[in-house]
Design a protein around this ligand. Structure first.
Ligand code: SAM
Length: 217
C-alpha cells in the first residue's frame, strides 16, 4: 500500500524544491492536492512519480515539476482570474483553483472534461468553470484574464489568447513543433505591448484547434 501523503511530501521535496521551486504558497498547494485522484485507479500508485502519465483519449497528465513550473511562471495572486486551455485530468486546474479567485478551463475532449469536473466537485473546488470546445479561441465572454495557461504544445502564440489578457497579464504556453517545444511567458504591458521570455525545453501533446495544429496535419 502506498501512503499517498508521504509520496506527495517526497514529490514536493525531491521534484519541486530539489529543482528550485521555492514559492511557499505553491509548495503548500502541491502538498495538499491529491494527484492520485486525477489518474485512473490502476495508475494511482504511480501518481507521484517524476513524469507524465496517460489519462486516456491519447492524452496525458503533465509531470508534477512542469505543472509547478508553469504555475510559478504565471505569478498568481489570490485575486486573479485565470483561463486554462487543456483541462485534461483537471490536476493543473485544481492547483490553479486552490491559488486564485476563479478558473475558467477549456477541454476539447468531452469525456476528459466530464471526468475532471467529477474529481474537482469531489474536492469541493467550486470556483472552476469548465467548457468543452476549442480553447485556442479563448473564452472572450468571461475575459479579460489576469493569467492564461496553455497546457498543450502550440505552433505559435494564439493571437486570440494574447488579446484576452488584462494589461499586466501573463500567458504561459509551450511553443514549437509537434515533438519539442519551449516554454514561453508573454507579458502584456499597460499600453498593450507584448514581451516574451523564453524558458526550458518541454514536450506536450499538441494543441489542436483553429489557432493551433490542424487535426490532419
Ligand atoms: N493540464 C492537464 C492535466 O493537469 O492533466 C494536462 C493537459 S494535457 C497535457 C493537454 C490537454 O489539452 C489534453 O487533454 C488535450 O485534449 C487538450 N487540448 C488540446 N488542444 C486543445 C484545444 N484547442 N482546446 C482545449 N483543449 C485542448
Amino acid at each position: 500500500m502506498v501512503n499517498f501523503e508521504i509520496a506527495r511530501k517526497r514529490m514536493v521535496q525531491e521534484q519541486l524544491v530539489g529543482r528550485g521551486i521555492t514559492t511557499p504558497r505553491l509548495l503548500d498547494v502541491f502538498q495538499k492536492v491529491p494527484r492520485h485522484l486525477f489518474v485512473q485507479e490502476a495508475m494511482a500508485v504511480q501518481a507521484y512519480s517524476d513524469g507524465p502519465l496517460p489519462i486516456g483519449e491519447k492524452q496525458t497528465i503533465s509531470q508534477p515539476y512542469i505543472v509547478a513550473l508553469m504555475t510559478d511562471l504565471l505569478e498568481l495572486t489570490s485575486k486573479d482570474h485565470v483561463l486554462e486551455i487543456g483541462t485534461g485530468s483537471g490536476y493543473q486546474t485544481a492547483i490553479l483553483a486552490s491559488l486564485v479567485r476563479r478558473v475558467w478551463t477549456i477541454e476539447r475532449i468531452r469525456p476528459l472534461a466530464m471526468q475532471a469536473r467529477k474529481v474537482l466537485d469531489t474536492l469541493h473546488l467550486l470556483n472552476v468553470n469548465i467548457k468543452v470546445g476549442d480553447g485556442t479561441l479563448g473564452w472572450p465572454e468571461e475575459g479579460p484574464f489576469d493569467a492564461i495557461l496553455v497546457t498543450a504544445g502550440a505552433p505559435a502564440i494564439p493571437e486570440t489568447l494574447a488579446a484576452q489578457l488584462v494589461p499586466g497579464g501573463r500567458l504561459v504556453i509551450p511553443v514549437g513543433d509537434e515533438a519539442n517545444q519551449t516554454l514561453l511567458r508573454i507579458r502584456k504591458a499597460a499600453d498593450g505591448t507584448l514581451s516574451q521570455e523564453t524558458g526550458i525545453g518541454c514536450r506536450f501533446v499538441p494543441l489542436i484547434g483553429q489557432q493551433g495544429w490542424q487535426l490532419n496535419s
